[in-house]
Design a protein around this ligand. Structure first.
Ligand SMILES: NC(=O)c1ccc[n+]([C@@H]2O[C@H](COP(=O)([O-])OP(=O)(O)OC[C@H]3O[C@@H](n4cnc5c(N)ncnc54)[C@H](O)[C@@H]3O)[C@@H](O)[C@H]2O)c1
Length: 375
């Protein structure tokens, strides 16, 4: 089999390449974006040993038609991934994520032999705030109102101000992104869906929750909240927690995510599915901070600042039933076990300088996207 992996030099890509069948031919295309690849502007020796690596923006993939010809499965990972950053670098996100996907499809349409399957790494960001209930009805909230956030009303409320209960995200839930990043991931989904339906290509859309694990770039201040928390805790710096620290996320270990991708990539029958990839367990950000501190045996010095990011969602957790219906039981790595592996790797790395993180927060302040609750 021949696999084309776009964005294959990134965090998830590095893990994926190692887990693809050993006898498969692999082509990686990656622009080696400077924001993600801060320390080296070359493909790693391990990647070069396993795959044919081509440094190119997916928007210019047409130049490499020969290398792509004969691909059986395309795994499309290439994306700009900073949710907060997408709210002010709008055209960059639209170009890389939406136009990049369009260019990839234009190249595929001109190939002599089309791939049998395309796998897209989409995101839980397409659900936005997701679905909520008051116990009777399901609601798709419009998104948290700025005036409520400014008053420190963090939870999603009904029209008459009652807090609602978040529901695990199901693939059938209405997509309602609250960020430009989420919108561009939804556009990727829709472009691929339209194209693959018309061409008879099996499309698998995987909606990842928050992926963490070793090899996630520490120098990129726009992604990877676990890296940001770990940096502050290990270096003994004070940590700012937004809102009240009670927002929840579903942190899924990178190896589990890659297992799900490989399972879909090598599945014998047609899948034609949208599938969540998370753990199904919601954890508060404060719980994650305490878990990291306990594992590194450090006390943690944090401030709940009451600041908030415009477009941020309050709660996210995956419903994994669709995955289980297709592939049987799903047993993801428990958070503490995944964090332990992450920390073992982290302690051998050069940490992110607090100045880099501060500069990214200043950027958000300057663009009016990081605000403070009014007392
Ligand atoms: N990491 C997560 O928590 C998470 C969650 C949900 C979805 N995803 C999705 O998974 C995919 C991989 O994410 P990741 O965490 O490995 O990100 P990453 O930033 O580590 O990797 C992305 C790779 O794509 C490359 N790239 C970016 N724009 C490109 C372009 N225009 N052309 C070619 N290459 C380009 C970058 O150089 C990088 O190597 C992305 O599509 C992302 O949207 C990730």
């Amino acid at each position: 089999m021949k696999f084309l992996v776009t964005g294959g030099a990134g965090f998830i890509g590095k893990w994926l390449i190692e887990k693809l069948p050993a006898n498969a031919e692999v082509v990686v295309i990656d622009s080696l974006d400077a924001q993600v690849h801060r320390t080296s502007q070359d493909f790693s020796p391990e990647l070069k040993a396993r795959a044919k690596c081509i440094q190119v923006d997916v928007q210019d993939i047409e130049r490499h038609r020969e290398a792509v010809e004969g691909t059986d499965v395309v795994i499309h990972l290439a994306s700009q991934t900073g949710t907060g950053q997408s709210m002010y670098e709008i055209s960059r996100y639209v170009q890389h994520n939406a136009n990049g996907t369009a260019r990839l499809l234009e190249l595929i349409s001109s190939l002599e032999q089309k791939p049998q399957r395309i796998i897209l790494s989409s995101s839980r960001a397409v659900y936005g705030d997701g679905a909520y209930t008051d116990g009777n009805r399901v609601y798709y909230p419009k998104g948290r109102r700025l005036e409520d956030l400014q008053k420190g009303i963090w939870e999603v409320c009904s029209e008459n101000g009652e807090p609602l209960k978040p529901l695990p995200m199901e693939e059938s839930h209405l997509p309602k992104p609250t960020s430009v990043y989420g919108l561009t991931k939804l556009w990727q989904e829709q472009l691929l869906q339209n194209y693959c339906e018309n061409q008879g290509i099996d499309l698998v859309t995987l909606r990842f929750q928050n992926v963490y694990g070793p090899k996630q770039e520490l120098g990129n201040p726009y992604t990877g909240i676990i890296g940001i928390f770990t940096n502050a805790i290990v270096q003994g710096n004070s940590l700012e927690v937004f809102e009240d620290g009670q927002m929840t996320r579903d942190f899924v270990f990178v190896e589990d995510v890659v297992d799900a991708v490989v399972r879909c990539a090598t599945h014998q029958e047609t899948l034609s599915a949208v599938i969540n990839v998370g753990t199904g367990q919601a954890v508060t950000l404060l719980d994650v901070i305490h878990a990291i501190a306990e594992l590194v045996d450090k006390s943690v010095n944090y401030t709940i600042s009451g600041r908030f990011r415009v477009g941020d969602i309050r709660h996210a957790v995956a419903d994994m039933s669709a995955y289980e219906r297709l592939f049987g039981s799903w047993k993801p790595t428990p958070l503490k076990a995944g964090l332990a592996q992450y920390l073992e790797w982290y302690l051998g790395q050069k940490p992110l300088s607090p100045a880099v993180l501060q500069a990214s927060l200043k950027e958000m302040e300057r663009t009016g996207l990081l605000l403070t609750k009014q007392s």
